[in-house]
Design a protein around this ligand. Structure first.
Ligand code: 8IG
Length: 266
């Protein structure tokens, strides 16, 4: 299919607003690996549409990654679009499908977006199941959603205001720098040492391109990583996708409480 563009995001936004019969949405959340259980605690569910039914989306393929857009009314009365899955850069379809959900949310009126992910942790104190706020990122994909000579400022890309709100909900939250590798293979231990040397705390395969697109679209961004595993070489045991799913399951109640407390304040 042809690549979804900013115009396709306008079409997808119109389709979703029409589907739910609402004039606009207020915020959006993207649930990454390990975060799916948090979906049920965010407010009053108003319905769901398969992403593949909206212009420009294709169904995600990874086990443990869903593919719906759910509309939720938060306890504060805001309309939140919840993406239960995302397209990853490693799927090889390019950048446009990766950021299509973010652009659709912005085109539908969202002024803030919460981007969550599952990732590897470099700090051995972050046991599997620990949520960490993203303070900043390093994009090692070599790709960008920005087209042309658009010199987008990424200072405070991860909103200090929203991070402070998250810490009001959970004062124990640490912060870190998220390093996006292309994947889909996990890093080698040497690549993890490189990530540490360049200032990284978290390694993953999503989020940075979405953040860039969200900032270009003028949204405030909150990024939250769930450390589902120690990054390669940090722990003596090899990485397994089953570990990722188990860490998410065990952390479910904490993540649900965190997101529910947060959306009340957004
Ligand atoms: I879940 O250790 C998850 N996603 N790059 N490295 C990278 N991505 C991840 C990891 C990890 N764990």
């Amino acid at each position: 299919m042809t690549q979804p563009s900013a115009d396709t995001a306008t079409e997808a936004a119109a389709a979703l607003l029409n589907y739910f019969a609402v004039p606009r949405i207020d915020l959006a959340l993207v649930l990454g690996s390990g975060w799916s259980q948090a979906a049920d605690s965010l407010g009053e569910p108003l319905g769901a549409v398969p992403l593949a039914d909206l212009p420009g989306f294709e169904a995600p393929v990874v086990a443990g990654h869903g593919g719906d857009l759910r509309l939720i009314r938060t306890s504060a009365g805001k309309l939140a679009a919840l993406f239960t899955g995302r397209t990853h850069f490693y799927e090889g379809r390019g950048v446009e499908p990766v950021v299509h959900g973010v652009r659709t949310a912005a085109a539908a009126g969202a002024t803030a977006i919460v981007l969550t992910n599952g990732c590897g942790g470099l700090n051995p104190a972050w046991l599997p199941g620990t949520p960490v706020l993203i303070r900043d990122h390093i994009n090692l994909t070599g790709a960008t959603p920005v087209r042309g000579a658009t010199f987008l400022d990424l200072t405070d890309a991860y909103s200090p205001r929203l991070r402070a709100l998250a810490r009001e909900v959970d004062p124990s939250l640490d912060e870190g720098v998220y390093v996006q590798f292309r994947g889909p293979q996990y890093e080698t231990p040497a690549e993890v040492r490189m990530a540490a040397a360049i200032g990284g705390d978290l390694v993953g395969m999503s989020t940075t391109l979405e953040t860039i697109a969200a900032r270009e679209a003028g949204m405030e961004v909150l990024g939250i990583s769930l450390v589902t595993n120690a990054a390669a070489g940090i722990s003596p045991t090899p990485l397994a996708h089953a570990e990722v799913i188990e860490a998410g399951r065990a952390a479910g109640p904490r993540l649900g409480a965190l997101l529910a407390g947060l959306v009340e304040k957004l």
